[in-house]
Design a protein around this ligand. Sequence first.
Ligand SMILES: *[C@@H]1O[C@H](CO)[C@@H](O)[C@H](O)[C@H]1NC(C)=O
Ligand SMILES: *[C@@H]1O[C@H](CO)[C@@H](O)[C@H](O)[C@H]1NC(C)=O
Ligand SMILES: *[C@@H]1O[C@H](CO)[C@@H](O)[C@H](O)[C@H]1NC(C)=O
Length: 357
Amino acid sequence: MDNLTISFFFFFFFCSSVVHGLLRFNGGSGEFKILQIADMHYADGKTTPCEDVFPDQMPWCSDLNTTAFVARVILAENPDLLVFTGDNIYGPDATNAAGSLDAALAPAIASGIPWAAVLGNHDQESTLTRQGVMQHIVGMENTVSLLNPPDGADSIDGFGTYNLEVYGVDGTNFSDKSILNLYFVDSGDYSTVPIIPGYGWIKPSQQQWYKNKAAQLKSKYGAAPGVAYFHIPLPEYAKVNPSNIVGVKQEGISSPVYNSGFFSTLAATGDVKAVFVGHDHLNDFCGQLTGINLCYAGGFGYHAYGKAGWSRRARVVSVSLGKTDAGTWATVKSIRTWKRLDDDNLTAIDDQILWSP
Ligand SMILES: *[C@@H]1O[C@H](CO)[C@@H](O)[C@H](O)[C@H]1NC(C)=O
Ligand SMILES: *[C@@H]1O[C@H](CO)[C@@H](O)[C@H](O)[C@H]1NC(C)=O
Ligand SMILES: *[C@@H]1O[C@H](CO)[C@@H](O)[C@H](O)[C@H]1NC(C)=O
């Protein structure tokens, strides 16, 4: 190869590795905004009926209403990252898992915005295994999802546990540092231990990976706040004082019976300031427990149980930067959240600050 060919090779190599998966704070607003979509429960599209809407709405309601809501809320918020926290498809009713995933994620892909997904407990109940679903997801356009962390793929339980780094504003002293760390975890499906009924849990191998990753990030970039996304609520969600929450608790907390200790692991490590899950469609609250915010997104999909008259919804997280003495964008100043309802105005509710240093 001559010099020109070599520089072209490096140019393209550099470009593609930068474009794929590089997340960065916006230099105009000093913000990084994440839109969480929980429990789309997508099945076969227009032939799949809605659940829990008013009887007179039933004839005109299908998965396509979920599609329309995804497109509308993306347009309204214009986020930097979309996060799908599982039960993206409702396996038992999806006749073709790959086709259902493609249809469910089509409006996300059409937006051109990077997106990440994790698995719920229903994604594998169609024609693909959990590994198959996650493999299909990581092959889709614009996704920053990973099958598992590249540095621990053989030793970690589940599929779709990984982290993403969000860099400081270009041209500042933080442009090559991750100043916000995102963790995505496969919270499993069902218990495989005969004497323990109910849902699965976050395994020791995944917690060990998280601890190592958090330590690695801290030594590489310095301390930075983090947030975690997964599907099934931790048992500690039930310990949040219901008189001190923003949002509503309208049903029980469907966490695993067995507490594998991920909350304690997060608390001991200290970087994760908020956890965001789905799974319980009628809970959409955020509440604090020993300094960690435990949040639900609330149900999004129409082919999912819900409550007629209580709008389907999505959760937004907006992370804002402070400024240096020189007036340039610095590190994280606040983590804020609100929700958007699928009504005529896409009403925003429950705006709150979750964390500031
Ligand atoms: C579902 O979408 C149809 C077609 O746009 C609309 O007429 C109907 O009101 C929607 N149903 C609900 C419950 O949002
Ligand atoms: C980067 O840091 C140096 C040393 O602290 C400081 O002098 C400089 O103004 C900073 N640059 C920006 C763009 O903030
Ligand atoms: C939407 O906004 C309009 C105009 O502000 C208002 O009249 C209407 O009541 C709102 N609808 C809902 C569902 O909030």
